[in-house]
Design a protein around this ligand. Structure first.
Ligand SMILES: [Mg+2]
Length: 414
């Protein structure tokens, strides 16, 4: 009994180690109106936008399963970027008919106001949702890369001061069907391959309420992984909308006892009110927002502290500019931000740039491994070494996609 009490006491003490994630301490009261003003303020630095860069052409290309966006300016500058191919394979016609053609002949430096116009152009707002925002992000990232290349500055500098280039990463496991022992081996391999100081596990049944594939897996997994990986590894957990409030709180307490650093999507992701209930009840920071694409709902979530860490996806939410606005609103409320990393393309390079200049970024960013798009950077290996991936410092995205790979890519029309 005495030993059990000692273990309980020490686990509670361990549970108070969220020094890097102060949950309640730094929260600031902020109203929706203050957030609206932040949301409506331009985020790009005007000093890089004075001389016009007129867009001559926007092309969508495809090399097998990967899409590329090529944008050329009237005075000969060129950008080739990798959008979110995983989603574009289903929604690329929206890019061609509703997004790309709108920008031909326009001044790239007006991108912020042009994106507002794009929303109304041809009633695009009726298409708003992931299918539209992924296409907008594909265009916006190409335009930002082009501006960076013409001005000779890395993408982050278009928004503000570069604060860090050594970006600490975490690897996330996608497993829900293996045993805790097998999962500990998988995570151990991730750590050995990348040197990551943080990993994320999957808990619950993924959009399935409480049911695990293996009965009781989550309850065993949470303490098992902490014990197996030791106290020095930062652990995150993602339930992918698995629970109802009562069970979400019960599982959250187990995460707290085992010193996990955040708890992602504890309840259905669009149920902001239930997310708020869970956030209020728990000490562990609650993270969410990867499926969110409404700036007004982000605003509500931040003003009402529905979550402690906001996770806009740079593609699903329409690009860097909207992601930066979410981060700025979170910062004003004393909250942290970490972009959700959607798979495919060069999404991890987008995340590196975002993390390079956002002041309220969390300690680790998700890294899903290198892309299958052949590319290189003069200033980064683009690989995880000792848990760090270096953000390129060359102009724009700072990544050169293999010219042969681009040459073999076919134009996508229709
Ligand atoms: Mg998630």
């Amino acid at each position: 009994m005495r030993r059990r009490r000692f273990l309980q006491t020490t686990s509670i003490a361990a549970g108070c180690m969220w020094a890097s994630f102060p949950k309640k301490l730094h929260a600031q009261s902020i109203d929706s109106d203050q957030l609206r003003r932040i949301d409506e303020t331009p985020v790009l630095r005007p000093d890089y936008l004075r001389e016009p860069i007129v867009i001559e052409s926007v092309e969508l290309l495809r090399n097998k399963s990967n899409f590329l966006v090529r944008i050329r300016s009237k005075d000969g500058a060129e950008s080739v970027t990798a959008p979110n191919s995983l989603r574009l394979k289903d929604c690329y016609p929206i890019f061609n008919s509703r997004v790309g053609r709108f920008f031909v002949g326009k001044n790239a430096c007006k991108i912020e106001s042009l994106l507002n116009e794009l929303y109304r152009f041809s009633s695009n707002y009726k298409w708003q949702g992931l299918a539209f925002w992924v296409c907008q992000a594909a265009l916006e990232m190409g335009v930002l890369d082009l501006i960076g290349k013409v001005r000779g500055v890395p993408l982050g500098e278009l928004f503000g001061k570069i604060r860090q280039r050594d970006i600490a990463i975490y690897r996330a496991s996608g497993n829900r069907r293996n045993t805790p022992q097998q999962e500990a081996n998988v995570l151990g391999r991730f750590i050995a391959q990348t040197g990551a100081k943080a990993v994320k596990i999957r808990i619950g049944g993924r959009m399935k309420r409480i049911e695990d594939k293996i009965s009781g897996r989550t309850e065993k997994l949470i303490p098992y992984i902490r014990k197996a990986l030791g106290g020095k590894v930062t652990l995150y957990a993602d339930s992918n909308s698995s629970y109802e409030v009562k069970d979400a709180i019960r599982i959250g307490r187990l995460l707290e006892e085992n010193d996990y650093a955040f708890y992602e999507e504890p309840v259905p992701f669009d149920h902001l009110w239930e997310t708020k209930e869970v956030t209020k009840a728990l000490k562990i920071p609650v993270a969410g927002g990867e499926q969110e694409y409404s700036m007004r709902r982000f605003r509500w979530a931040i003003a009402n502290r529905a979550m402690d860490i906001v996770q806009p996806d740079l593609h699903y939410n329409g690009g860097f500019i909207r992601g930066v606005r979410v981060a700025k609103m979170a910062e004003a409320a004393g909250l942290k931000c970490t972009p959700h990393m959607s798979g495919s393309g060069l999404g991890y390079v987008n995340v590196l740039h975002f993390a390079s200049f956002i002041p309220n970024i969390t300690a680790h960013q998700e890294f899903k491994g290198e892309s299958d798009i052949p590319c290189q950077s003069k200033s980064s290996s683009l690989k995880a070494e000792s848990g760090i991936v270096v953000c390129p410092k060359d102009p724009g995205m700072g990544v050169e996609i293999d010219p042969d790979y681009i040459k073999k890519a076919e134009p996508v029309n229709g």
